[in-house]
Design a protein around this ligand. Structure first.
Ligand SMILES: *Cc1c(COP(=O)(O)O)cnc(C)c1O
Length: 386
């Protein structure tokens, strides 16, 4: 079976985890400081502050708290997003307002978002879906016009660039995920990027049970035993071993990016001839792809998944839209017809770091066989937009 995800765990990651374990300081310590510094170096700006956390979801929760979002507030978010975003909004007691996505980029539909703003709106969450980034200049302008905080869910776009600027270097609040399947994994982990020292200090408290414990002390594998607590806090810090693995991954970022890009470019080329398949509208320049997704006619999607599975190809669905879930089906929303369509058409194909490109050939061959079989059976081709 060709798995849809496959972590890149090599000698460097295993050595790094052993070294961090042998050091004997398992919690937040020197490796976490090293990880944060390396991320800062990749972002290449002095105007942002970086803090490592336990997960990307923790990052979204902390981001909403930093943005001052709470009960009675509304947060606009694309329904075409990960459940983590919706849960985080629910955790702070705010209301989710579902917005549609755009058919071509799958980014949040900012024209509709403008119509969804009310005096209760406090923030908007925008998410780069895989290899196509949002129009972040438009988003910044929108936020300035409506006086909203922007939470940039960049779980998919670590290592990518927007107009030449590294993702994470320009947003109001940016969040990365380093979970088991993400492009740069820490086993589990997240990074939040904020704009001010004050916000960073707040993140430091929020991630460590509210303890006013200097991060600089913990980064030396020590801790203070006396401190004050002024706010409610969580247990959201990153662990040394996770950071050590993350550092090993970051040292291979260029290779991870180029190998994934090569696979995506090959997929786009091989699938260009299959009329029923819509491929991402990008040349993958300047991005570090997390997923490779296609869209197929809704009536074929589940049959194709089954066919591929029977023929040794695992696939995924990113995602079921938020408003399809029982918990969130009654949230205020705009017209979600694009999201409904995309939710039934989207399919993630196998994409790995250092992927053997022969696997891409095989996946595409199987997709070709499925649709050729259907053509023989007399089903008309559909799927590509006119
Ligand atoms: C993975 C993901 C998250 C959650 O991050 P975790 O590290 O798994 O908690 C949030 N948003 C998006 C878009 C994701 O893909």
């Amino acid at each position: 079976m060709i798995p849809v995800f496959k972590p890149l765990i090599e000698k460097e990651e295993i050595d790094a985890s052993r070294e961090s374990l042998e050091m004997g300081w398992l919690g937040m310590g020197s490796y976490v400081s090293g990880f944060e510094n390396k991320v800062k170096e990749i972002l290449g700006t002095e105007e942002r502050y970086v803090a490592a956390l336990s997960t990307g979801t923790a990052g979204l929760h902390v981001a909403l708290l930093i943005a001052g979002v709470g009960p009675g507030d509304e947060v606009i978010v694309s329904s075409f997003n990960c459940s983590a975003d919706f849960q985080a909004i629910s955790w702070v007691g705010a209301e989710i307002v579902f917005c549609d996505c755009l058919d071509d980029t799958l980014a949040i539909d900012m024209k509709q978002a403008a119509k969804l703003v009310t005096p209760k709106t406090k923030a908007i969450i925008v998410m780069d879906y895989d290899c196509i980034l949002c129009d972040h200049d438009e988003i910044a302008e929108f936020a300035a016009t409506h006086k909203l905080r922007v939470i940039h869910d960049a779980a998919h776009s670590f290592g990518s660039k927007y107009k030449g600027k590294p993702v994470g270097s320009f947003s109001d609040i940016c969040v990365f995920s380093h979970d088991p399947v993400k492009t740069i994994t820490c086993l589990d982990g997240g990074t939040i990027v904020v704009k001010t020292r004050e916000e960073l200090a707040m993140v430091h408290e929020l991630r460590l049970l509210g303890m006013q414990q200097p991060a600089s002390v913990m980064y030396q594998n020590q801790r203070a035993w006396t401190f004050d607590v002024e706010r409610v806090g969580y247990r959201y810090h990153m662990l040394n071993m996770h950071a050590a693995i993350g550092l090993a991954q970051l040292s291979k970022l260029a290779l991870i990016a180029s190998s994934r890009r090569d696979a995506c470019i090959k997929y786009n080329a091989l699938l260009a001839g299959v009329t029923q398949v819509r491929t991402p509208l990008t040349d993958f320049a300047d991005v570090t792809p997390f997923l490779y997704y296609i869209r197929v006619p809704a009536e074929d999607r589940d049959d194709l998944r089954k066919f591929l599975k029977e023929n040794g190809v695992d696939t995924g669905i990113h995602w079921q839209p938020g408003h399809w879930f029982s918990l969130w089906k009654n949230c205020r929303a705009g017209d979600l017809s694009v999201t409904d369509r995309v939710g039934n058409e989207i399919l993630s194909l196998p994409l790995h770091s250092r992927m053997d490109l022969a696997l891409v050939d095989e996946v595409c061959r199987q997709i070709g066989l499925y649709f050729a079989g259907k053509a023989v059976a007399g089903t008309p081709a559909a799927g590509k937009p006119a």
